[in-house]
Design a binder for this molecule. Sequence first.
Ligand code: UGA
Length: 471
Amino acid sequence: MHITIVGSGYVGLVAGACFADMGHQVILVDNDQQKLAALNQGQVPIHEKFLPELLERHRGRSLTFSDDLRTAVEASAAVFIAVGTPPTEQGNADLSYVESVARIIPSAINGYKVVVEKSTVPVYTSEWIRKIILRNAAAPDSFDVASNPEFLREGTAVTDFLYPDRIVVGADNERCAAVLRAIYAPLTDGSYYRRQDAIPGPDRAQIPPALIITSTKSAELIKHACNAFLAMKISFINAVASVCESVGANVQQVCQGIGTDSRIGPRFLNPGIGYGGSCFPKDLMAFRAVARECGYEFRLLDEVIRINEDQRHRFLRKVHNALWTLRGKRLGVLGLAFKGGTDDIRESPAILLVQTLLQEGCKIAAYDPAAHERAREVLNSSIEYASDAYEAAREADALLILTEWDEFASLDLDRLQREMKYPIIIDGRNLYNPDVMAAHGFTYYSVGRPAVTAEPPPLAASAPPRKASHS
Ligand code: UGA
């Protein structure tokens, strides 16, 4: 099928590359000339596994880039809108980019088109898109508006797209639903997965994925409700972690106990320094605002947001408890991205913590496997950028773990110990077993688990066994 995607941000770019890999002809439209030039030259603007391979495979063939929305729409049966919906000062989603795309579409309607919302938008947006297209002189039966929310996560975006838990299509009539069914057919009929060159899937992939058809309003709500629920799960376990800290329990054991209940499940139950990223913080505020406009005060979401912010303050208190005063202290920081596997620092709790620690007078050497370039845009040279974890730890009064990168979970602990001025680790992501850390001579603080101090050297080393001293 011929598909236009408007917006070459995270969702647009990944969707474009994946639709091309599924066998469609895709035109990715953006009005940012620099971005288009970079994409045409073969650059990959985001750090995302498998994306370079897919762009390489399809660039200039089944995936082209353009700034000409009209011509792209004329050539396509479906137009996916994947432009940004940033938050306004009041926390609503700013839909002006969506509206400006919708205004251009009518002049390019030369046959039946399906306009698909792919950006995360509030309920009723599809109705507005329809009104705007009609207002600009399109015939009512020449188009439909559908909602097809995207559930991909940064870091695993390509595999999330190609191996989704489910595909949600909000369409209010069968003609419109049929177009989206055809677009996703290579996944839902399993043919994509039988291909030799298919991108490999994760272990737990449900093949083929289910396609759920709903009304457009329900689909819009599914996206907001899904992100809000996941954020709530994280805030819930962070609150439980705080109770664990008060009573000396271990949140990891609690998680195991509750996560094995199949009604709850183990995922998104990792306590930490709070969720960040370009989605959860923004979508929670937008969902709360939509609910309020529709007459419902969604107070539960207030509390989810409050717990999330509190989680950073609690972490700062731990740093104070570990080091007493902070002015002039040298801190090693592992991780700047909002989570592992990405270079994205938007709403990153790690960046927010670094900024607060700088204000408190700390000197910081940070290492992140992918996010230095992005971090420099906001932190400039207020911190040192280390070339690996050991360099970040060098001569540090304490080491803070702020992002859950896999490589931070398997450091050479003896080497780390030797690098540091004081062997103190404050782990905001619970990457290590406290007993192992104590055995390696660290004083180790984590989230929702008792702090441990370095074990004294084994008895044999300090006092020789009695038998030996007699002889
Ligand atoms: C999230 C959703 O997971 C996707 O399904 C959705 O499509 C996407 O938002 C979106 O709306 O575009 P993403 O923001 O990429 O994806 O990241 P997540 O993996 O969900 O992590 C979000 C934050 O929660 C990160 O800061 C992460 O460190 C934190 N987190 C996650 C925890 O603190 N604990 C957990 O157990 C899981």
